[in-house]
Ligand binder design. Structure first.
Ligand code: ATP
Ligand code: MG
Length: 303
């Protein structure tokens, strides 16, 4: 079953298309990064999923339930808003007690202790007002998972955090892998690269990508080689006439970056060419594209 599925989901504000024809698919159990620049439509999507905004068109299903039919599905979601606010005079423990009271949890004490430990605030006796942003964000996540919901929706949990706070928060999110589905928005590519199984990219309200990181790496493998030889010029002269060579450019003193059509073919052919031309091979490396390369390609060229 899909944890989140949307069909043609759209939200217009007057003439502004904040989200347009969104077809999201988030399988259960994955950490899903919803990546997009400021104003792309991330928060609007999340508000639609939580029924905080009414869609102009389209439908959404959460864990199989059509969200327009009943609000019961909301119980299965833990939510962290974009700008969480807390009562500064509470300690972390008091705050979680307060949340458990208003959400009607029975005997929450053990659970609260567990949550405080998980987000490493169990030893923290000070008031929330004195916390760093990272600590507040961790407390926000503790609040979201207090009732142990199967799906977490987090709106930019790492923005506004310094590298250390970001790492703490990402590690915490990553620790839910396999246990919960996590859908979190971000404009930081590195976040996705570090912990996500899947990624959706939203650009100007439209989903331009929804795929697993593994698939992306496979399908966008560039077939790029770096080789270093004693006579780079001579080698390039020979290679330029071969049809399996797509592109090449010299780097440094003796290096060549080579894009090939068929990697295996290149691997088999090169040794023979080098030997025939009496060229000495000093270095040989396969270059995998980074996620950044892939994303830039997808966002600029479509798939
Ligand atoms: N209530 C609203 N009324 C009018 N326009 C809105 C409203 N909410 C959002 N928008 C517009 O819809 C677009 C998408 O906004 P949204 O907040 O979803 O983006 P976002 O991806 O969350 O951006 P950010 O990274 O800045 O949080 C923006 O152009 C925004 O100005
Ligand atoms: Mg937003």
């Amino acid at each position: 079953m899909l944890a989140i599925k949307t069909e043609g989901l759209s939200k217009y504000f007057n003439n502004k298309k904040a989200v347009e024809d969104l077809n999201l698919q988030v399988p259960e159990g994955v950490i899903f990064g919803y990546l997009g620049p400021n104003g792309a439509g991330k928060t609007t999507t999340i508000r639609l999923l939580l029924s905080l905004a009414k869609p102009t068109k389209g439908r959404a299903y959460i864990l199989g339930e059509n969200i327009s039919k009943s609000r019961n599905y909301l119980k299965k979601i833990g939510f962290l808003p974009e700008v969480p606010s807390f009562y500064n005079f509470f300690t972390a423990k008091e705050f979680l007690n307060f949340i458990s009271d208003i959400s009607g949890m029975v005997k929450p004490n053990k659970k609260i202790e567990e949550m405080l430990q998980l987000v490493e605030l169990n030893k923290e006796k000070k008031r929330i007002g004195t916390y760093s942003r990272g600590m507040k964000q961790r407390l926000g996540i503790a609040q979201a998972i207090l009732s142990d919901p199967p799906l977490l929706i987090l709106d930019e949990p790492t923005s506004a955090l310094d590298p250390e706070g970001r790492k703490e928060t990402l590690d915490l999110i990553a620790s839910f892998k396999g246990q919960k589905t996590v859908f979190f928005s971000t404009h930081i590519l590195g976040d996705v690269e570090k912990i996500c199984d899947m990624v959706g990219i939203i650009k100007e309200g439209r989903l331009v990508l929804n795929d697993s990181i593994e698939n992306l790496k496979k399908s966008h493998s560039k077939r790029t080689l770096f080789i270093e030889v004693d006579k780079p010029k001579k080698l390039m002269e020979t290679l330029q006439y071969l049809n399996w060579v797509e592109e090449m450019s010299p780097v440094n003193k003796n290096g060549i970056i080579l894009q090939v059509k068929d990697l295996q073919f290149a691997q088999k052919s090169l040794p023979e060419i080098l030997s025939k031309e009496n060229i000495l091979l000093n270095k040989w490396e396969l270059k995998e594209p980074t996620l950044e390369d892939i994303f830039l390609e997808v966002v600029h060229n479509g798939n």
